[in-house]
Design a protein around this ligand. Structure first.
Ligand code: NAP
Length: 525
């Protein structure tokens, strides 16, 4: 009997009748909801993509103690579904299942793994409408952005399906004539992947795509706020022929799940996207079992607008960099540094653009700004604005909760922000654009680098030498020059300093899931 099966039996003996009863996927009732939300949920259910149980060893299972958590629509407060609230026991079984499947999945040819990943990509694209609806409902982002994320998320599967076939080793010229020296690249093993709510699909595929391509197996823990998109994507993975156990999903009690992943000697790698505070805990917790770790953590992106910038390009670029997902992305422009000569002109054009943003329910076509994820997020924004105004900053537009109520917040511009304010020092993670005046290029670089974060930075200038000079001086993993949206599956994404370790996407993305093995062959003459 496989280790996974033994562990599953143990779980059953411990009273996991929920798991057994649930193994034939249950029908999820549609709760009473407003007409548009109800219709959207019906469409998702009709496509078979409304999953509410965890996925362990290819089985949809309830939490062993039957506990559930409610997933809410941040735009309306309606409960969309109740999902299994899992903990350490379910995570241990998921790890055991991933561990036993590792031996078969990693032995497949790269071509076979590639085909399954490509099929998963095709199925996600075929169901892009339902996945985008789910994302808008549970996360709040406007449908257009949600559709963009489905394409972006799927692109990692397509890219790594191709990259699976290009994981080459090396042959090294030997130092002794009777030897042959080889380097093999082999999968790390079982991967624990912990992901945030702000990109419910793409943060998963950006990890699972390269992990599966390399031959690793995975236990994913999506955020409790956005598990539905993750579960729907996992169902499509099963349909695509990704074998039972290669991809497992558990959600619920985050510290318990995290600890189970950290303590297991079978989990050889932790990959995490989320806050810097949790990232540090996971890094420390990985030390005991010496796991490989990659971390995509918080940012504090500077967006530098120089006097010589094209004003239209600068306004369009900083608006996109700031207000995507209502300011809730790690690469959102967090500090807009504007040179004195262009400050007034930029501020008035930028404010005009901000006033044109439409706040509303993401299901409505005209909406460009959805709600914030929860009440705590709004309170954080309020705290940062109060701190700034008490220290001399002025609210130029917005600056309060939106009349729609719930967690909607007015797109906001705050002027004369300085480096002693929270808006400068920390990630606001909301629709607030702080403007910070500066005099010289040196001052801009100093201000931009005056933070422990180092993920994304943006500069707007027409000078080619300046764009090189400043890009090279910025202590950041990603730099956008005259462009506010820079993420793509073909380029390496990741931060320096306390924004993280490792890179995702691109040809470098597979390195995080591979070990090098050196083989020395003697007596070869
Ligand atoms: P978070 O609170 O750190 O949560 C991220 C994930 O970690 C969630 O799945 C969460 O679970 C889980 N988690 C929380 N405590 C844990 C623990 N003790 N052990 C194990 N897992 C734990 O971050 P968030 O608020 O969801 O996301 C926002 C942050 O992510 C921002 O700082 C943003 O900049 C960053 N981010 C970075 C990138 C990047 O690529 N660098 C991309 C997107 C977001 P629950 O949600 O279930 O509690």
């Amino acid at each position: 009997m496989s280790t996974a099966m033994m562990t599953m039996r143990r779980a059953a003996a411990l009273g996991a009748r929920h798991m057994l009863a649930a193994s034939s996927s249950r029908v999820v009732p549609i709760r009473h909801m407003s007409a548009d939300v109800g219709a959207a949920m019906e469409k998702i259910r009709a496509a078979g993509l409304l999953k509410t149980q965890g996925l362990i060893a290819g089985q949809w299972v309830d939490a062993y103690d039957g506990k559930t958590i409610e997933v809410e629509n941040p735009a309306t407060g309606e409960v969309l579904a109740s999902v299994s609230c899992m903990g350490s026991r379910e995570t241990s079984d998921a790890i055991a299942s991933a561990h036993s499947t590792f031996y078969s999945w990693s032995k497949l040819t790269a071509n076979e793994r590639s085909k399954a990943l490509r099929k998963w990509y095709d199925l996600i694209i075929a169901h892009k409408e339902e996945l985008a609806l789910l994302m808008t409902l549970e996360q709040g982002k406007p449908m257009k952005e949600a559709l963009g994320e489905v394409n972006y998320g799927a692109s990692f599967l397509e890219y790594f399906a191709e990259e699976a076939k290009r994981i080459y080793g090396d042959i090294i010229p030997p130092t002794l004539s009777d030897r042959r020296l080889l380097v093999l690249k082999q999968p790390v093993g079982v991967v624990g992947a912990i992901t945030p709510w702000n990109f419910p699909l793409a943060m998963i595929t950006r990890k699972v795509g390269p992990a599966l391509a390399c031959g690793c197996t995975v236990v994913v823990k999506p955020s409790e706020f956005t598990p539905l998109t993750a579960l729907a994507a996992a169902d499509l993975a099963l349909q695509a022929g990704i074998p039972a156990g290669a991809l497992n999903v558990v959600m619920g009690n985050a510290p318990e799940i995290g600890d189970a992943l950290l303590q297991s000697t079978q989990v050889r790698k932790i990959t995490f996207t989320g806050s810097t505070a949790v990232g540090k805990k996971l890094m420390a917790g990985s030390a005991d079992t010496v796991k490989k770790v990659s971390l995509e953590l918080g940012g504090n992106a500077p967006c530098i607008v120089f006097d010589d910038a094209d004003i239209d390009v600068a306004v369009k670029g900083s608006l996109a960099a700031k207000f995507r997902n209502s300011g809730q992305t790690c690469v959102c422009a967090n500090r807009i540094l504007v040179q004195e000569g262009i400050y007034e002109k930029f501020a008035s054009a930028f404010i005009k653009a901000v006033q044109s943003l439409q706040v509303g329910n993401g299901l409505e076509e005209t909406t460009s700004q959805g709600p914030l994820i929860n009440e705590a997020a709004v309170q954080k924004v309020e705290k940062f604005i109060n701190d700034a105004t008490s220290k001399g900053a002025n609210v130029m537009v917005g600056g309060k909760r939106h009349s729609l109520g719930m967690t909607f917040y007015e797109p906001t511009v705050v002027g004369n922000v300085s480096n002693d304010m929270l808006l400068f020092r920390e990630e606001v993670f909301g629709p607030v654009a702080p403007l910070i005046p500066f005099k010289t290029e040196e001052e801009a670089i100093h201000l931009a680098n005056d933070t422990n974060a180092g993920l994304a930075a943006y500069i707007f200038t027409k000078s080619i030498p300046r764009s090189w000079r400043v890009s090279e001086s910025l202590e950041y993993g990603l730099v956008g020059v005259n462009e506010g949206i820079i993420s793509t599956e073909v380029a390496p994404f990741g931060g320096v300093k306390q924004s993280g370790l490792g890179r995702e996407g691109s040809k470098y993305g597979v390195d995080e899931y591979l070990e090098l093995k050196y083989i020395c062959m003697g007596n070869m003459s």
